[in-house]
Design a protein. Structure first.
Length: 102
C-alpha cells in the first residue's frame, strides 16, 4: 500500500477517533448544559405566563375602572341636568312669590 494513502487514512481515522472520544467524555457536560437550558426555558415560560396573567388582570382592572368612570360621568350629567331644571323651577317659584334674586 502507498505510504501516503496509509498516512492519510491513519490521520483521518485518528481525527474521527479523537472526535468520538471527546463526544463520549463530554456527554455528561452536554447533558448538564441541556438540563440548564431546559430549566432556564421553563423559568422564562413561567415568567411569561405570570406577566400575561398580570397583564390580563391589569387590563380587567382598567376596563372596570373605565366602566365606573363612564357610570359616574353619566350620573354627573344627570345630576347637573336635574340641578339646572331645579334652578329653573326655583326661579319661577321666586318670581311668582316676588322674592328678589340674590
Amino acid at each position: 500500500m502507498n505510504p501516503n494513502v496509509l498516512t492519510t487514512a491513519i490521520t483521518a481515522g485518528a481525527a474521527v477517533l479523537t472526535a468520538i472520544v471527546a463526544l463520549l467524555l463530554n456527554h455528561r457536560g452536554f447533558a448538564m448544559l441541556d438540563n440548564r437550558i431546559s430549566d432556564t426555558n421553563r423559568r422564562i415560560d413561567d415568567t411569561n405566563r405570570r406577566i400575561d396573567d398580570l397583564r390580563a388582570d391589569t387590563n380587567h382592572r382598567f376596563d372596570e375602572t373605565n366602566r365606573r368612570i363612564d357610570t359616574l360621568q353619566g350620573d354627573l350629567k344627570e345630576f347637573f341636568r336635574a340641578e339646572v331644571e331645579y334652578d329653573k323651577r326655583l326661579g319661577r317659584i321666586e318670581d311668582k312669590l316676588g322674592i328678589p334674586p340674590r
